[in-house]
Write a protein that binds this ligand. Structure first.
Ligand code: LMR
Length: 338
């Protein structure tokens, strides 16, 4: 351009768009709820991700400040901010990946399901936008209660005729992150060396760590199994109960969400062997949605792995998890169908 100062936004915007058009590995990512307690640290971490060429930050309040701040980081991704519902469509158009932490967080004493009445409507509106503006995008849904918001999103996409179950993923990565941390503490290992599959859903007893399948291979006493299962299932509550004095700013969820989004982007790029746990449309059990290990690829979920051999403790846990999950899924489905 003749005057580099007059290019929309900044010259880096122009450069990044050129890069993206030239088929570079850069992906376009939107965060819906980017000014919130998860959204802000999530935006910062996504700005640091080398796979991201364009980062759209959408929220109903405070996006200009967050966008100005994040945009000063000297990493490759170009940042644009979008404020209020009439900018939702611009925020979504052309996106490869949409991450949704939007909605309200729990307060002490609340369950994730207590957020349903507020967050269900928010997720529905945002997903209507996705169906209209970027129906082929991969969607990473973080807004609680995930066990119900993922079925809500699926119903919205079905209504719009855009539903592709491979592209809708409920983020349960934080359960895996916690499980790796807590198990590593018990085993005296570096958490980076530990891999714990966590299946089921993302609330209370629906969070089912499969401690019999931990890598590296190890065994636990009954007392350790009960302690670890309960700590992993109640990890969110452990944090929420300490947050009563201030706005809930959840760094671990942002970290987990970015770890998961990065896996989705590596899958989109065509990397082989990208496997993570996620809450997806599934035939692993009789329920229509279930979290388990999935392989991520160019279309999102390419393969869903079976649960593998469970011990007696896990089999009992699975029945409890399925019972609660069935109700949460049904609640989400009927919210849209009614
Ligand atoms: C978590 O697991 O930390 C989040 O889902 C937030 C919550 O309410 O527990």
């Amino acid at each position: 351009p003749a005057n580099r100062l007059q290019v929309e936004g900044s010259s880096s915007l122009w450069r990044a768009d050129c890069r993206a058009k030239g088929g570079s590995p850069g992906f376009k990512v939107a965060i819906l709820g980017a000014a919130g307690g998860i959204g802000q640290p999530l935006a910062m971490l996504m700005k640091m991700n080398p796979l991201v060429s364009v980062l759209h930050l959408y929220d109903v309040a405070n996006t200009p400040g967050v966008t100005a701040d994040i945009s000063h980081m000297d990493t490759g991704a170009v940042v644009r901010g979008f404020l209020g519902q009439n900018q939702l469509e611009d925020a979504l158009t052309g996106m490869d990946l949409v991450i949704i932490p939007a909605g309200v967080p729990r307060k002490p004493g609340m369950t994730r399901d207590d957020l349903f009445n507020i967050n269900a409507g928010i997720v529905r509106t945002l997903c209507e936008g996705i169906a209209k503006c970027c129906p082929k995008a991969i969607v990473n849904l973080i807004s609680n209660p995930v066990n119900s918001t993922v079925p809500i999103a699926a119903e919205v996409f079905k209504k719009a005729g855009t539903y592709d179950p491979r592209r809708l993923l409920g983020v349960t990565m934080l359960d895996v992150v916690r499980a790796n941390t807590f198990v590593a503490e018990v085993l005296g290992l570096d958490p980076r060396e530990v891999d714990v599959p966590v299946v089921g859903g993302h609330a209370g007893v629906t969070i089912l760590p499969l401690l019999s399948q931990v890598k590296p291979a190890c065994s636990f006493t009954q007392e350790e199994t009960e302690y670890l299962t309960s700590r992993i299932q109640n990890g969110g509550t452990e944090v929420v109960e300490q947050m009563f004095k201030k706005e809930f700013q959840q760094m671990s969820q942002a970290y987990a969400a970015v770890k998961f989004a990065d896996a989705c982007l590596r899958g989109l790029r065509g990397d082989a062997g990208v496997v993570e746990c996620a809450f997806v449309s599934s035939q692993v059990t009789e329920l229509p949605f279930f979290a388990s290990r999935v392989r991520l690829g160019r279309h999102g979920v390419e393969e869903i792995y079976p649960l593998g051999p469970l011990n007696e403790y896990e089999r009992v846990g699975l029945e409890k998890a399925k019972k609660e999950l069935a109700g949460s899924i049904e609640k989400g489905v009927s919210f849209v169908r009614k």
